[in-house]
Design a protein around this ligand. Structure first.
Ligand SMILES: [Zn+2]
Length: 395
């Protein structure tokens, strides 16, 4: 679309910048967009003229959701495993190997179709930025093609060759770590921005995780990791040690883990350098206790919310669902949850051009079928996304 776009008659505009309350709310507002960027925010009554026009009709407008944790490159589904869990079996993470087998057997076109389907599904639910991980290939060729396909859809791509040790390396994990740090990283790095490790009992221990993440850093990738999901462990503190942008899950934290995260606070009071990304869809789908968001928020740790969309432990692409869970089950206020799903996700990706609606930001906007952001938690399960504008283009 060429020319400028004006979104006006916005009843409640969430800017995550200057304005009322933690969400920087402006009333009766308008946003002017040019060349994919927000160029003006102000009172609707004083809005400048534009080539194109969207009338929000008094509804709420928010920054597009930033889903900073998703596993979209896979084949098959694990609905029977979900049913077994709901019938009482515990979640161990072992089902990942089921998806690895299906993914290796799939064609590029099948994997691409799944990524596009899920990315489209998320977009219709207001997600304008979505991180995508590899991690179901676990061979040099399959990890490289997973990331090549992910990179067709997102610039936020993450090499997760260290998701689990594949069955063929089960009795020689050191050799697998060598493969990940050597030829697999070399093949994956051209398509990846980040490196991630599943640092958990049954996956990768702290020494292996540190070695893999350090190799990724040396190859120019940023660090993020799966930490403290299934039990207490060293993952969160390893993330802080390596200046991870985000430690994800954070379900089982010690006081020392929380303190380590709080100690990464920026001196200007703008939150922590390492973000705690909470993934309540995983606890929902594994019927596990939710992370203690309040314990993190109350000491100033920056919190993000993401879907963890994957076929095993959290097969949802819905950020509004995660917002509702965070409010109902994790005692986040609606404002905290909406911030975490937008600006928080941006921080977890070390981005300042998304998750906000201020001049200069990317023009990623969501028009709700509701007068206020409160409705995202107040009306769970209801399709409240009326319109998505991504990069200045109505979708
Ligand atoms: Zn994950």
């Amino acid at each position: 679309m060429s020319g400028s776009l004006l979104v006006d008659n916005i009843g409640e505009l969430v800017t995550n910048g200057a304005g009322e309350g933690p969400l920087g709310i402006r009333r009766d507002a308008a946003v002017l967009v040019e060349a994919g960027r927000v160029v003006w925010v102000g009172p609707s009554a004083y809005a400048p003229a534009a080539d194109h026009h969207v009338d929000a009709g008094g509804a709420a407008v928010l920054p597009g959701f930033v889903d900073s944790h998703a596993h979209l490159v896979f084949a098959g589904d694990r609905a029977p495993e979900f049913a077994a869990r709901m019938a009482g079996q515990p979640y161990t993470g072992g089902g990942i190997r089921t998806t690895v087998g299906a993914t290796r057997a799939a064609t590029d076109e099948e994997l691409r179709a799944t990524v596009r389907r899920l990315r489209g599904e998320a977009l219709r639910q207001g997600t304008t930025t979505m991180e995508i991980k590899s991690g179901y290939g676990l061979t040099v060729a399959d990890e490289a093609r997973s990331l090549r396909i992910a990179a067709e859809t997102s610039t936020e791509t993450t090499f997760l060759g260290a998701h689990v040790v594949p069955a063929e390396y089960a009795d020689r994990p050191d050799d697998y770590v060598g493969l990940v740090c050597g030829p697999m990283l070399a093949a994956a790095a051209p398509y990846a921005k980040w490196i991630d490790v599943f640092c958990e009992r049954g996956a990768f221990d702290v020494d292996h995780a540190r070695a893999i993440l350090a190799c990724g850093q040396a190859a120019g990738l940023g660090v993020r990791l799966h930490a403290n999901q299934l039990g207490p462990g060293p993952g969160v503190q390893l993330g802080v040690e390596l200046d991870a942008a985000s430690v994800d899950h954070c379900t089982h934290l010690s006081d020392a883990d929380v303190a380590a995260l709080a100690d990464t606070a920026h001196s200007d009071g703008s939150g922590t350098r390492t973000v705690a990304t909470l993934l309540p869809g995983a606890e929902f789908s594994t019927r596990s206790p939710y992370p203690d968001a309040r314990r993190l928020l109350d000491v100033g740790v920056t919190v993000a919310l993401a879907t963890d969309c994957n076929p095993g432990s959290s097969y949802t692409s819905s950020m509004p669902f995660c917002v509702a869970l965070a409010v109902r089950e994790m005692r986040m206020t609606p404002a905290e949850a909406v911030w975490a799903a937008t600006a928080g996700g941006a921080r977890a990706l070390r981005r300042d051009d998304i998750g906000v609606l201020t001049p200069g930001a990317r023009a990623d906007l969501v028009v709700l079928d509701a007068p206020s952001h409160l409705h995202l938690a107040y009306r769970p399960g209801v399709p409240l996304i009326r319109q998505v504008i991504r990069n200045g283009v109505p979708q």
